[in-house]
Design a protein around this ligand. Structure first.
Ligand code: AMP
Length: 411
């Protein structure tokens, strides 16, 4: 199938040629006709599948074709919400490049920066707004944005949006748009709460799937290292010294974990940087640019900060912590091995994470190769570490020799 067959208009087809796209991706083939037919859509699609163009192209076309109806000044007719600033910026860049031969204007609004420049752009009039939920609601509270003319509302990365606690905000924003709007919901994974949200706000949606989630990891050599939690850092250093080469993305579950690992790698003379939610927008962008340009070879990230970011040409992904959502594992390792190259993934599993591996293998319907040839092998009988609550009696008193030793190694 070609883009011509998708009945896209000339200004868009010209921009597609400029972007170097030859054929539509699977998600684009399925989604574009539905959006043009004004259907609500719920789509499972991960980053890298071309999902942004799948909604941006038909939205631009719908707005472009119906411009005569809106003669007096520009009104916001399409609204896209995204959980992170980086993703919002990336989406707007896509709208700008696909819409460059149209007179449609877009803008991006996100928190963490001053409101005034965003208000100024909104005042001049835009057709499309891409926003993070909190800032959008702030602007609305201050009466600086009018959503009463929105015709298409896109919720991107819905699973992450809900994980980040934006459910109320999403519902509020939905109610601020007219009831007749078309809604497109994109999500990398489809947990129950996303399906529930879709049921409450979408109108008879068409379901679209980019690739079955379990097959997204084909072409990646996956290795599993059983290791005690306290030895993960040593294992990581060991593999970086002896085995893993090239551009490496390391995932950790928490911001604190990202910071600790970054400090350790820097102290060991590795060229590393990190992205997580506590860093400023400009620091995150700087770290990302350095990694993309090859100035640093190791990027450490939380899922939240890295989601939606287009990082290509990865040689390896390290799952320093095993994700508790199996689809997240598939999503993470899908970042390596793109464009026909074999990718590599290294997953460090402690005793308390064994169940997560079982769930991942069940989803993928295949076993991950266990690598036992390393110096920090987990005792198969090892019991999960008990989490000690803050203020519990176990915390008080002298730390054990083992925990003092482990602490030393961390820093
Ligand atoms: P996305 O999944 O929207 O983040 O897109 C991932 C990457 O695929 C981006 O770099 C897009 O520029 C690119 N892309 C989108 N559609 C196509 C296409 N039809 N052909 C080739 N590349 C594409």
């Amino acid at each position: 199938m070609s883009f011509n067959e998708l009945r896209l208009n000339q200004p868009l087809l010209k921009a597609i040629v400029d972007s170097g796209y030859e054929t539509p991706t699977h998600i684009q083939m399925q989604t574009i006709p539905l959006v043009l037919a004004k259907r609500d859509v719920i789509a499972s699609a991960q980053t890298g599948t071309g999902k942004t163009a799948a909604f941006a192209l038909p939205i631009l076309q719908l707005l472009f074709d119906k411009q005569d109806a809106v003669k007096k000044g520009k009104k916001i007719r399409a609204l896209v919400i995204s959980p992170t600033r980086e993703l919002a910026v990336q989406i707007q860049e896509n709208f700008k490049s696909y819409g460059k031969y149209t007179n449609l204007r877009s803008c991006v609004v996100f928190g963490g920066t001053s409101l005034e420049p965003q208000i100024d752009i909104l005042k001049k009039g835009v057709d499309i707004v891409i926003a993070t939920p909190g800032r959008l609601l702030d602007l609305h509270k201050q009466d600086k944005i009018n959503l009463s003319r929105v015709e298409t509302f896109v919720i991107d990365e819905a699973d992450l949006m809900l994980d980040m606690g934006f459910i109320d905000d999403v519902q509020k924003i939905e109610r601020l748009c007219p009831p007749t709007k078309q809604i497109l919901l994109f999500s990398a994974t489809m947990p129950f709460k996303v399906v529930q949200l879709a049921k409450t706000i979408l109108n008879d949606p068409e379901r679209v799937e980019s690739t079955p989630e379990s097959s997204a990891a084909k072409g990646v050599k996956q290795l599993l290292y059983y290791v005690p939690k306290s030895k993960k850092i040593e294992l990581c250093l060991h593999l970086l010294r002896n085995t893993i080469r090239g551009n490496i993305l390391i995932f950790r579950r928490t911001k604190n974990g990202v910071n600790k690992l970054e400090q350790t790698l820097l102290k060991n003379d590795y060229n590393a940087d990190s992205i997580h939610g506590d860093k400023t927008q400009s620091d995150r962008q700087k770290a990302l640019n350095k990694f993309k340009k090859g100035e640093v070879s190791i990027l450490i990230a939380t899922d939240v900060a890295s989601r939606g970011i287009d990082i290509d040409n990865l040689d390896a992904v390290i799952n320093f912590d095993v994700p508790n959502i199996p689809e997240t594992y598939v999503h993470r390792i899908g970042r390596t091995g793109r464009a026909g190259n074999e990718g590599l993934s290294y997953t460090f599993c402690a005793a308390e994470e064994r169940d997560y591996i079982t769930a991942i293998q069940k989803l993928m319907q295949r076993a991950i190769t266990i690598e036992e040839d390393h110096p920090y092998l987990l005792d198969p009988e090892a019991k999960p570490q008990v989490h000690k609550k803050k203020g519990s009696k176990y915390k008080k008193g002298r730390k054990s020799a083992a925990s003092r030793r482990n602490k030393k190694r961390w820093y």
